[in-house]
Write a new protein. Sequence first.
Length: 681
Amino acid sequence: MYNESQTKTLQHQTVEYLNKQINVADIEQLRDILRFHEYRYYVQNNPLISDAEYDILYKALEKIEKGNPKLITANSPTQRVGIGLIKDFPKIEHLVPMLSLENSYNADDLLDWDRKARELSGLDIVEYCIEPKFDGASISLIYEDDILVRGTTRGDGVVGDDITPNTKQIKSIPLSANFSELGIKQIEIRGEVMLNKKNFAAYNESLIAEGNAPLANPRNAAAGSLRIKDTAEVSRRKLEAFLYHVSYIMGNGQKTTGNVQLSTHSSMLEMLWSLGFKSPKKEMLVVKGIQAVINHINEFEQLRDTLDYEIDGMVIKVNDLKLQDQLGMTSHHPRWAIAYKFKARQATSKLIGIEFQVGRTGAVTPVAKIEPVSVGGVTVGSISVHNEDYITDKDLQLGDSILIERSGDVIPQIVKSFPELRTGTEQKIVFPTNCPVCNHALVKPDEEAVWRCVNINCSAQVVERIIHFVSKDAMDIRSFGEANVRKFYEMGFLKTIPEIYTLPWDKLAALEGFGEKSIINLQAAIEASKRQPLNRLIYGLGIRYVGETTAKTLANNVTHLLDFVNNSEEDLKQLEDVGVKVAKSIYTFFHDDENIKLIKQLEELGLQLNNEKKELVRDGNLTGLTFLFTGTLNKLKRSEGEAMVEQNGGKILSGVSSKLSYLVVGEDAGSKLEKAKNWEQ
Ligand code: IVH
């Protein structure tokens, strides 16, 4: 669209315009500059100026047009906005019916389709153009004498809604394009209006923030946005449009491809791109023969999750326009194109049961059992439904028809239920009042969405805690695994974490599936875990709110795990990323006798509890002296000051006591200073 020298000139002019007094004589030049930046931003996704700079130029144009209304043109960049409310959408009959495409789902379908194309054309091999199948809402645009005169929805394929004002809000759709230079007087272009993943997520967040239900997918959001009657709102949604098909071209009085002599579909897409349209020029691929099509589709499907926007398949088109004409169409769809649908990511199913699972922190999670369905190539039979509020929000009842979704590697979700399909036999989901495993009464702590079993000895929690301890991110005891933990627990060999290190090997050796080799491997893995770094052990202990990162922070701040016994909540809050809630949880953990007993047991069993990276300095300048920091230091974080003391052989105490040599007082020091002063007296 803009070659290198045009780009340079326009950017040069942009700088000049940003620094000068713009007046009426500059109006066309200013519009060209604005169109150029719209193109860079909306079509190429590669802006050259900031939004603020664009706004300065845009406002300058608005001002000139306000003073000279006669100079306003239909394709001025200002004409995208300010149209206001649309009363009703007039119905428009399409110039050419907007047919849909035949669908294919596997290689056989494509081989079949190719065979027919070859038979009808008499060719041995056909050239195809492959494009993404954009998952949005289809539109038709008509340009006459270079100006966008109409935008229409697909409607029923014959008659659609006139949504011209809304299409003008879509910044990747040019308000005018230089078709006349190519001998084209009137042209109809088809494409797909989309909301990219990022804008969709942002839009859904804003809906939720306003207390509204989020939309299920970007396609619904795009389709809905096109029919909004407030153009300002349409503009806010940040829609974009991919244009992938030219359905009609008129030259001077006759159907033509103008003087450009375009003979292929791919060159049409290139022409559109060169005129400033967002056509899939970069995304398309031209190949010969159906096998190359199949190969490309398989490769592209892998990229699906890396794209900024949603696609639900690929579209394969016969590239030669004459051959397209020759193949013609059936009453439903063209014979020269076919859609290949990727594996569906949404599916409908039935909610047939609900199970309540108890996690290692006692949280009770409802898990929906559904009639198994295939989504995104995986059979799904159960889905976590998080908590009681979630069940209420989604209005789920046993026996309901439900819509489920699975995107890429994402865990399957229930999108919605269909209350309108209820027959009266559905049952409300009742949340248990007692733990489904140990029967202890459940509690729902304030400000939490989950119900918890608070019985620390609840067998479900114990098993989950051991599973967590041996897991890959914690102590990484390779050949242990969830199944062995459960098995050993049920057999009574493994009731606590320390018992991992005292398993009765003679009894295990007698079990089926435990040959000599697997026993040796397991023993070696358990033995190796004793030397895991302290952060893994801390993470493995499963302290509430202590994830892998916090575990690293904690490990880096002590020389021995039991040093935490001397830390107050205040001390802990000084650590990076440790807030009130986390500090309280760590403090509680290290002030629980059972936990201390467990840690000491682990040490006796040979686990290393020292922070090996943090060597004790035995003869530094501060050796033999003790320090305590209080208040905010001016130049250092408290943790940095403490580290300096330790690096020089000093020791940090957690409270004022007779053993304290120095109290380092920062700003806003509190009770420790008071206590120390009183001590002196
Ligand atoms: S070509 C006459 N190309 O898929 C042929 N359609 O199920 C016009 N779609 O109605 C369609 N991406 O809304 C074509 N690259 C693409 C497409 C595409 C998405 C949509 C379009 C069409 C539907 C067919």
